[in-house]
Design a protein around this ligand. Structure first.
Ligand SMILES: [Zn+2]
Ligand SMILES: [Zn+2]
Length: 348
């Protein structure tokens, strides 16, 4: 497609440098599709890009259009595209694996060391724009019109949550969910939908903890006003939960979890701490406990689990707290900086 569009661009290295720019509409290759973006969600990664966090410094070469959580309508397809058609409603995986390295060939594309990321270092641009070009392979087609664009834009972060929940085998188990921010909030919904018997949310923010109850959590634990190890034991006949899924990256949250997990319990790390975390491995190992790291979404098994949960009627409407026009992206990031939001949606 010819013409120009508006997009949010990281214009230079360093802190800040995020601007709305008039840009050429991205071109598509034979295996790509052009998506007209209807909704995009702001992620912590976008804040890292704004703040020029080391994660972003390592991966980005400005100028680059940002945004990797979005939904939209397919308006153009490449000559070789077979599984997506013009008019399809899509969301998208954000990772583009190389498909040729040993990790990819072993079936582990979600941890491919050569991954490119939409809205970070992908030449087709990002989702904070009117249009984005993506490979057919990463499109998630979901043509059910009862699914609002705003919720369809959440599939990428919802996917990392679903990956963590499915890897934790929560059915009929007692599950601790650490953190009730956007990921933990979706974690409560996904754990319940996947058959968790009891969900116990550990969250110091009173409003976020209360909102978890409305999403189906059975108990909330305040880890600041109470001792989470003691309360968790009290809630579980003294033995502890089967699984703790960390959506907070909080070191005190992880430290408590390795102590309150029951023998043969599993700690699943979905949001990873930004600093090293030390704990008593000997005690943990003598309990037979395990730790599982979660990176991205399994490509593409997790996407089929997402489809199943959506078809089962999971309701993500409560995850969206703000909707703004694209131009107000900085205002949206401000709500997130201050912990005043759940997910913030931008409309190009
Ligand atoms: Zn994200
Ligand atoms: Zn690879």
């Amino acid at each position: 497609m010819k013409g120009t569009m508006r997009g949010v661009v990281k214009t230079a290295a360093g802190e800040g440098h995020l601007e709305i720019k008039e840009l050429p509409i991205p071109q598509i290759g034979p295996n790509d599709i052009l998506v007209k973006v209807h909704a995009a969600a702001i992620c912590g990664t976008d804040q890292h890009i704004r703040d020029w966090h080391p994660w972003a410094q390592k991966r980005m070469t400005p100028p680059a259009t940002i945004g990797h959580e979005f939904s939209g309508e397919v308006v153009e397809i490449g000559d070789a595209v077979t599984s997506v058609k013009v008019g399809d409603r899509v969301s998208s995986e954000s990772h583009i694996a190389c498909n040729t390295c040993q990790t990819c060939r072993a079936g582990h594309r979600h941890v491919c060391p050569n991954t490119r990321i939409v809205g970070v270092n992908h030449p087709g641009g990002g989702g904070f724009a009117e249009y984005v070009s993506i490979p057919e392979e990463i499109a998630f087609v979901y043509n059910d019109e009862s699914m609002p664009w705003e919720q369809l834009a959440l599939m990428e972060p919802f996917g990392v949550v679903v990956h963590g929940v499915m890897a934790s085998q929560v059915a009929a188990k007692t599950v601790a969910i650490i953190g009730a921010g956007p990921l933990g909030a979706m974690g409560v919904l996904a754990a319940k939908a996947a058959g968790a018997a009891r969900v116990i949310v550990v969250e110091p923010n009173e409003a976020r903890a209360q909102a978890s109850l409305a999403r189906g959590a059975d108990y909330i634990v305040d880890p600041v006003k109470t001792d989470p190890v003691q309360v968790m034991k009290e809630l579980t006949d003294g033995i502890g939960p089967h699984v703790a899924i960390d959506f907070s990256g909080s070191i005190p949250g992880l430290t408590a979890a390795v102590q309150y997990l029951r023998p043969e319990g599993l700690l699943t790390s979905v949001a990873h701490p930004s600093k090293p975390f030390t704990f008593d491995l000997t005690e943990f190992a003598y309990k037979g406990c395990s730790i599982k790291g979660i990176a991205g979404r399994k490509m593409y098994e997790t996407w089929e689990d997402i489809r199943g949960l959506l078809q089962g009627g999971i309701d993500l409407s409560s995850i969206i707290s703000h909707e703004l026009p694209l131009e107000k992206f900085a205002e949206g990031m401000g709500y997130m900086d201050r912990g005043e939001s759940c997910k913030v949606i931008l409309h190009p």
